[in-house]
Ligand binder design. Sequence first.
Ligand SMILES: C[S@@+](CC[C@H](N)C(=O)[O-])C[C@H]1O[C@@H](n2cnc3c(N)ncnc32)[C@H](O)[C@@H]1O
Length: 304
Amino acid sequence: MQAVSRSILRSACRSTRPSLAVLRQNHTEANPRQAESSSGPRTTHFGFKTVPEESKESLVKNVFNSVASSYDVMNDAMSMGVHRLWKDDFVSSLKPGRKGPMKCIDLAGGTGDVALRILDHARENYADRETTVDVVDINAEMLKEGYKRFKKTMYHNTPQIAFIESNAQALEQFPSDTYDLYTIAFGIRNCTSIPDVLKEAYRVLKPGGTFACLEFSKVNNPLLNMLYDQYSFSVIPIMGTILAGDRESYQYLVESIRRFPSQPDFAKMIQDAGFATGGNFEGKGGAWRDLWGGIACIHTGVKV
Ligand SMILES: C[S@@+](CC[C@H](N)C(=O)[O-])C[C@H]1O[C@@H](n2cnc3c(N)ncnc32)[C@H](O)[C@@H]1O
């Protein structure tokens, strides 16, 4: 599977691209992780389960291997299409192409939802056919679905799009100070070390470049929170069983949302990585913007 996907991915890469390398996770610091003690190895969370931290990456890979072919259909079913509105909002708020062509990297880019929106936005609003997006994901199956999808678009076989298999926590194959825009949508909560993801985001962005994250977050209204919990824990795993034949993966997705840091805690992590956020950078707005009462949230930061 690895060999097949790699050859497919290579055909989409620009000629200047460094050779593909499947990077293994090798970082050790993470916010939710528990320090190693004499009683055993370091642990982290996988949904509501506690697992040895070295196994989380392969567990997450299994989830997305399992859901890749049904991912887009399930996304629409689970969110009743709302994820499309959030992604539209996310991308249009970033205005890719407004100041001229941009070099973008979309981490945990999966099937290319955000990348397609970036390219469409730049083309439709600014007649920009030079903005590029590198779609990067740890999972070759998800990238394969994205590649298939882009085959049907005008961007296929152009320098505007590339699919690259890599770990958001270890982007060694990408040079520093390279990108104008780094996006990550519904991906960072699946990573073992959020600080390592942010550190790498900061490194690969050019000074002045923007980090933008769309992620599920904390619902502030207690009534909405109760309804949302009911829906998430009762309906989504059943949909996973019926539509994708996979209850466990969808149970994990719901649990992983609940384990993600709150809006202020995540904003603090972004600032700790060196980014300037909203309130402290040229009046660019708040550090985050809630969507649908905090069901999802957009965080942005600027590399200073
Ligand atoms: C819920 S999907 C989101 C896909 C896409 N961004 C979207 O919004 O539709 C999460 C993605 O994160 C990827 N992922 C998980 N851990 C990763 C890591 N450490 N590095 C890169 N990608 C990762 C998964 O393979 C999966 O494609």
